[in-house]
Design a protein around this ligand. Structure first.
Ligand SMILES: [Zn+2]
Length: 443
């Protein structure tokens, strides 16, 4: 029984892990690298000889977005994912096709890795699974999904093979978020494959509620001073969480009531969330639907008027790390020079991203920053990051193996320093490995 990272080993990259169990090859997750482009963004799929099953933990870009490409090569491998994830996955992949086409039309270089027809093909290949239900794969291995918190439809993947229980945490959150309940875990496992996004010590986090307090004060200050606020979000998860929170703060009169603008993808995932998600109460759901309809506007296709308007407003736009040419990127470039405006990040920023660069430049007191071909003046001091992450914080990452008591602990999905830090902290309690990409380890 072995595991080989094809992406996501000692990094947050194109997360994809090949498990080999008595000749059965199971691929867990099929992501693309959040910053790299084209073929470079794919996992190392040339190393796959054969695939029997593909399992997907959740619908974030770095876990899902190479699925149609991989599934084309192994069309007979069924794809397993949580029932609640299926609609989201298809919607997000259709959007990825549009993004690739747009880029290709612009630069003529970006490959279109898959088309709408190939995404539609997946409808037949995806087998939606109920949480907690066990499924047998050819009587060789049993699999089950556990709710992972994190975002709607997210799952930790449990496998049992010859009496050995293995859990892949996926992106996991052990605490309650505004719109998502915490993860649920199996009792015990022999092998834990854990994410380690927030494994660095400084991510000993403030509670979500103290972050809401801090954000609400900052938002109030900027809006009352006549500024506009950009909140870059990941369309799935942070998008819903941010809008839900802003609506709640407006209703409680903690922040001024101003228009909230979002983009089509955040809005469309929010409506899937509001119509399909069973983990929030009927009362909260109704409140969310109504407040959303009353206060949230989808940004129009021609954005000039909105971009240059000086009216106080909140912009909840993807992409969360300011990927080039996205709405959040375009607005960030326009807003950075204005001393009244603000950019409040909502979650993890990869060190290669423009989001990270802006935060660093603000810290260093730099006056300008290079974004794409343009040098942009930094005229505002209102740049901050708030932790509304859907990931386990440092303490939770330590709790996770302590609760599951595995004989073997394997870390993936984190910056190298963060994973090393976790391993050092737990070195006397567990046997720990941190495989690099293409390094095979025993499970
Ligand atoms: Zn995720």
């Amino acid at each position: 029984m072995t595991l080989t990272p094809l992406g996501g080993g000692r990094e947050i990259g194109a997360n994809s892990y090949l498990l080999s169990l008595d000749g059965k090859n199971i691929l867990i997750d099929a992501g693309r690298h959040p910053v790299k482009e084209g073929y470079e963004s794919l996992p190392e799929i040339d190393k796959i000889n054969d695939l029997d099953v593909i399992m997907i933990s959740h619908s974030h870009y770095d876990h899902l977005s190479s699925l149609p490409y991989i599934s084309q090569r192994w069309p007979n491998a069924p794809i397993l994912m949580a029932q609640e994830n299926k609609g989201l996955a298809l919607r997000i992949l259709q959007n990825s096709v549009e993004v690739m086409k747009k880029k290709n039309a612009k630069d003529g270089v970006e490959p279109i890795l898959y088309n709408h027809g190939e995404v539609n093909e997946l409808k037949r290949r995806i087998y939606p699974m109920e949480y907690f239900q066990r499924y047998s794969i050819d009587d060789v291995v049993d699999v089950a999904l556990y709710p992972a918190g994190h975002v709607m439809g997210a799952a930790s993947i449990f496998l049992e093979h010859r009496g050995r229980r293995i859990l892949y945490s996926g992106d996991i959150s052990l605490s309650q978020q505004l719109t998502i309940p915490p993860a649920q875990l199996p009792k015990k496992v022999e092998t834990l494959i854990s994410e380690g996004t927030y494994g660095a010590k400084e991510n000993q986090l403030l509670t979500r509620y103290s972050e809401i307090e801090r954000l609400s004060k900052s938002v109030k200050r900027v809006l009352e001073n006549g500024g506009r606020i950009l909140m870059p979000v990941f369309a799935l998860g942070r998008g819903q969480e941010a809008i839900y929170m802003l609506l709640m703060l407006m209703e409680k009169k903690k922040i001024p009531s101003v228009p909230i603008y979002t983009n089509g993808m955040v809005a469309s995932l929010s409506s899937l969330y509001m119509s399909n998600y069973e983990s929030i109460s009927e009362k909260d759901r109704k409140w969310f639907i109504k407040s959303f309809q009353n206060n949230v506007t989808v940004a129009p296709k021609s954005i000039e008027r909105l971009l240059f308007s000086r009216e106080p407003a909140l912009f909840v736009f993807s992409a969360g790390m300011l990927v080039e040419d996205t709405l959040s990127y375009i607005f960030a470039k326009q807003m950075l020079p204005n001393s009244k405006d603000a950019i409040f990040f909502m979650g993890y920023q990869s060190p290669e991203s423009d989001g990270y660069k802006i935060l660093q430049a603000n810290k260093n007191g730099d006056e300008r920053i290079q974004m794409g071909d343009d040098s942009i003046e930094i005229g505002t001091k209102n740049i901050d990051i708030f932790n509304f992450s859907g990931h386990a914080d440092y303490q939770e990452l330590l709790d996770l193996p302590r609760r599951l008591q595995p004989e073997k602990l394997i870390y993936v999905h984190g910056d190298e320093a963060a994973l090393e830090n976790l391993a050092e902290e737990l070195q006397y309690e567990f046997e720990i490995q941190i495989p690099s990409n293409l390094q095979t380890v025993e499970l």
